[in-house]
Design a protein around this ligand. Structure first.
Ligand code: GLC
Length: 548
């Protein structure tokens, strides 16, 4: 289904039904739109929705973390289910226009900065809008600005990120409002970066008819980030979220709690797992927003992410040395040997091979992992490979471990797109001892490829991994509760012992590989969320309660 240009006036009807009529049905009947079928082609949702994502990173154009996967695959799956899904994002300098041939569709978009004529700062920033149709049919609008996107090599980590993302939010809204011959039913924003969007709609566009029936949904992928320079414990710089958004170049904008504002003003808020949605209601995980979330919990939901079953298939993946399936797992041993050779480890199919793939940072518990692995390798005959970039100190620690256990430990502390798949397809056990984990994607990818996860029972990890039961041979991995060395060590011993029993291990692998993490079952849940958001918007439920 390619970009059927929808008439703005017809946006609320589809096949003669109105979305609002349908929404009441969805709310009373949670089954509509969700099912467990993996075959994406067959499923169409009853009402077609126009959805616009506004986001900072989207595959394949810019990718830093899991967020870029989620937006890419969620939109692709929703498109297949019959919706018109589009994306609005910055045109970063790293996006190669020779590869992605774009059409300039708007030159000289004047985005107001909020500064007055008399100010020393500009009243407008001038941008262009470019359009590209992705292979899967998704239309992507790029906001082009030399200073804020084009000249930057990275997506994040600039001292003016608060300006860059405010510009994206204002720019997207101005463009769709004034110039686009297509209107979304739902605006879907992600993390603090685009959290100002619902706030701008509720203030700048308060009187606009255009926005009066567009629902907003905010997905929180990570509560740890609130804004550019926000200290949630500082009383002096506390942002209650209800004051006007300061102009773009004011110092106050830097300390604005973008995420709080998103939570306040969005019609619906969700996080990327049910477990994490419950956790952020507590002081420990709420990052200063737990009380607000508790107050607004009737509009808070948790929906787990999925993985792309077309790209992530051990039966066809060209990046594997040997393909395999639940019917014949022998290819895994070929992959295991390949990893051992690649990392200079002893080639031995009977030694349990542990793996870690992910960002080297505190969230992922890499510090704990390296400490415990050092002890474990003294006590057990095992091997370990690590792939991932990030914190310099953790990288040094990993390299030190590799030096100490020469033929047992291999590290690749750099970003890599091909090695992780080989590790999923050949390692026996994958480790994810995260301090917190909103969803986590690696554990799902690992299971799909028959690598058994050991996870800390937190957030999405707890939701997606079922602890192994040796009596009835159910479960998909090993879990531990407390974030401490002995708890992790205990599960590593348990996994290594279970691994010795080949038949039991095989059953565990089949269980893990058979679990359904396909985007299609997830997309059905998003369809329900979108329908709810439209309903909440219509009822004026959010703003009535909190914001005059
Ligand atoms: C963030 C979270 C991770 C989640 C991803 C995609 O990176 O840390 O847990 O899987 O977003 O939602």
């Amino acid at each position: 289904m390619k970009s059927t240009q929808n008439n703005v006036n017809s946006q609320n009807t589809f096949m003669g039904k109105s979305i609002i009529d349908h929404v009441s049905k969805v709310i009373s009947d949670p089954i509509i739109g969700s099912n467990d079928e993996r075959n994406v082609e067959q499923i169409k949702d009853p009402i077609k929705l126009n959805v616009l994502h506004i986001a900072t990173e989207v595959q394949p154009f810019s990718s830093v973390g899991g967020l870029s996967n989620v937006i890419s695959y969620l939109s692709k799956t929703m498109l297949k289910r019959g919706h018109d899904v589009r994306i609005f994002m910055p045109k970063f300098g790293i996006i190669d226009e020779r590869k992605y041939k774009m059409e300039l569709i708007h030159k000289g978009l004047r985005v107001p900065t909020g500064h007055s004529k008399d100010s020393t700062h500009p009243q407008y920033l001038i941008c262009n809008v470019k359009k590209y149709v992705r292979d899967d049919g998704i239309i992507v609008y790029f906001l082009e600005n030399m200073e804020y996107y084009e000249k930057r090599h990275n997506v994040y980590a600039y001292s003016d990120d608060h300006i860059r993302w405010a510009l994206l939010s204002y720019g997207a809204l101005r463009y769709i409002h004034r110039y686009l011959d297509w209107k979304p039913d739902v605006l879907h924003v992600h993390d603090w970066h685009t959290s100002l969007v619902p706030n701008i709609i509720a203030t700048t566009y308060k009187k606009s008819d255009y926005f009066s029936n567009i629902a907003t949904i905010l997905t929180i992928h990570n509560m740890a980030f609130l804004g550019q320079d926000v200290d949630p414990t500082s009383e002096l710089n506390f942002d209650d979220g209800k004051s006007d958004i300061p102009p773009l170049f004011s110092e106050r904008l830097r300390r604005l709690n973008y995420l709080r504002r998103g939570i306040l003003y969005a019609d619906l808020v969700n996080t990327v797992s049910e477990g994490y949605a419950r956790q952020i209601l507590t002081k420990e995980y709420g990052n200063g927003l737990d009380k607000l979330l508790l107050e607004l919990r009737s509009k808070l939901f948790g929906v787990i992410n999925g993985i792309d079953y077309e790209k992530m298939s051990p039966e066809t993946d060209p990046l594997l040395e040997a393909n395999f399936s639940t019917k014949d797992l022998s290819g895994r041993l070929v992959n295991k040997k390949k990893i051992q050779k690649e990392f200079g480890l002893d080639v031995n199919e009977n030694v349990p091979l542990f793996g870690f793939v992910g960002r080297l940072d505190q969230q992922k518990g890499v510090d704990l992992l390296l400490e415990v692995m050092d002890k474990f390798l003294k006590d057990f005959n095992a091997q370990f490979v690590l792939i991932g970039s990030g914190d310099h100190g953790l990288k040094k620690l990993a390299e030190k471990l590799a030096k100490k256990y020469k033929n047992k430990v291999g590290v690749h502390p750099y970003p890599n797109f091909t090695l992780p798949k080989l590790v999923f397809g050949g390692a026996d056990i994958m480790l994810m001892p995260s301090r917190f984990e909103p969803c986590g994607i690696v554990q799902m990818e690992a299971m799909r490829y028959g690598a058994i996860p050991i996870v800390r029972a937190t957030g999405g990890l707890d939701d997606t991994v079922e602890d192994f039961d040796p009596v009835d041979l159910t479960g998909t991995g090993f879990k531990f509760k407390d974030f401490d060395g002995w708890s992790l060590y205990g599960q590593m011993v348990r996994a290594a012992e279970t691994y010795r029993n080949k038949e039991t291990w095989k059953q565990l692998q089949i269980n893990a590989m058979s679990a359904d993490f396909s985007w299609n079952s997830v997309a059905g849940k998003y369809y329900n969320l979108y329908s709810k958001a439209i309903h909440f918007k219509k009822e004026g439920y959010v703003h009535g309660a909190l914001i005059e």
